[in-house]
Design a protein. Sequence first.
Lengths: 290, 276, 97
Amino acid sequence: MSAVAAVREHRQFLGRTSFIEMGARERARAILDAGSFRELLGPFDRLKSPWLPLQGIVAQSDDGVVLARGTLDGRPALVAAIESIYQGGSMGEVSGAKIAGALELALRDCEQGKPVLPVLLLETGGVRLQEANLGLAVIAEIHAAIVALRRHVPVIGVISGMVGCFGGMSLAAALCSRLIVTRQARLGMNGPEVIEQEAGIAELDASDRALVWSLIGGEQRYAVGLVDELLEDDAVAIAASVRTAFAQGLPRQERSAQVDLYLERLAAIDPQRPLDGPGLRALWHGAARS
Amino acid sequence: MSTQTELSARGITWLRALTAQDGVLQGTPATVRVAEAALGDEPASFIAVVPDPHNRFPRARNGEVGLEEGWALARQVRKIIAAGKDGARRPIIALVDVSSQAYGRREELLGVHLACAAAADAYASARLAGHPVIALLVGKAMSGAFLAHGYQANRLLALDSPEVMVHAMGKQAAARVTRRSVADLEKLGERIAPMAYDIRAYAKLGLLHQLIEGVDADAPGTADVQRVREALLAAIADTRSGARDLSSRLASPEAHATRAASIEVRRRLAEQWDAA
Amino acid sequence: MERIELDYPARHAVPRRVHVGVVGSGDLEVLLEPSPDQRAHVLVNTSVDGFGVVWKSVLDRFFERFGGAASIEINDFGATPGTVMLRLEQAAEAVRA
């Protein structure tokens, strides 16, 4: 790299506003058109978890989900942003119901001919274990709402990091029409720690960060076509990419409906032979995306 | 480390009991079984995920939903949707006995989250297309595996049996992750309904359409099977007269008691949805 | 988990409500809004038991200067007194802004 280019890159770096360092509320605000942010069920509505205090855990006043209505290029939109710092972004009864309920209302509006553009900012370990079965139940409701809503408008998911998106919410991400990630993002069903614990350290050493990212990191997911956009940690770029994703309209076939493609791909995999991130990139290179 | 567990036969037992078939399909993993049989006076499709100690993906040999299971479920359910396009939307019965999603490095790399989402997508799409989708819980309904196979159903039915359980994480694993003993976890479940594992506690959450009592879940006799058929038929009829979404899960008296917050969130959200 | 309630006299009304912070490790959230009477009311929910005296001294110090007739709810996840004061100042700043 020339000295001039290096300086330019450094300036760009300094000029960038980190999305990852923002809280959920700021993230939602950063996605929506300037001045259009209107929060629903905010902190002063005090819809807290009824289950955490029973277990001696202090509850947050918004249960870790920020819902905001506003506009994207002037069109009505909904952003649901998960606060990863509170309880690891886990889905409890209230936080999950906020997302499911908002998507259900967006669906109602779509059915009445008033499209609402839905954006999910997914930073979550999945079910909140202290609310176990109610977390699982509401995640199923989120899945149901995404599948129903997706028939009207694209549902756009963003995973920026650093928590990533895991558990039942990784299915929610996979159901999104388009997924935007950064290099810091991870997307997987079982967290590395859980795999190490359940299948042994020989299966996966969760402390090996390079290995973990080579399997489920944003760059890898992008390279094999499991997500649609790979961006730097830049709030402006992410907000622009969300708008582009909506401008592209509904995908010809949702990724979670590409049954023949993925069954064919799996049939070509020999589970007896080792496979790593680069190996899969070679197999699935130029992943077909309609 | 994972422990060697006895493979559950509940899925195949109930598939045989309700269809008199094994449901093995050419070109489909032996873990995913599909059989068509009469239910009342119409044909219905029954789908089970069963263990296979020889599954070519080693992490999905104990009744887990893994990569091929997720995608194969998606293919089978979508076939049923395609077949019903111009005619009757036949009922789809998911027989649920799934121990967990497959835990493995290879599974993550190859996108087991997408495979499970594909199955959930297919079931939800069938429901939205007007197929009555009923989940019958005959054994474990665990975590991501249940999300993939069963949790998108219009109605959830369960056998009242100690081995029938629903949870977000297996008991041993949840104990390790939350640094509690299994005994402590069980005690917590007695006090806090959503933390419990057993199906009677789950029934208190109001998500179940019916808990079917007095049935031998391991060795069902003729009367047991008849009873379950009647419950399925009643659930199908209820589905056809209702909405195609999951709103019925918030309608029961149990839901009003235990999931009051879920209802309150939706009520207040609707009030605030449109700017004043 | 412990619940602490404290009351303070106030010198002036607060014009708006303000929310700052997050219930994350070593942090807390503060919800500050106009109180229904001419006094200030504080409710602390904290994950750490046995620090009532420390809470009182931090809040005493804050209200010496603040003086607003506010209802304040604090949801604390083990913040240090320094962080508590920082968040309170942040909320007070935002009220004045």
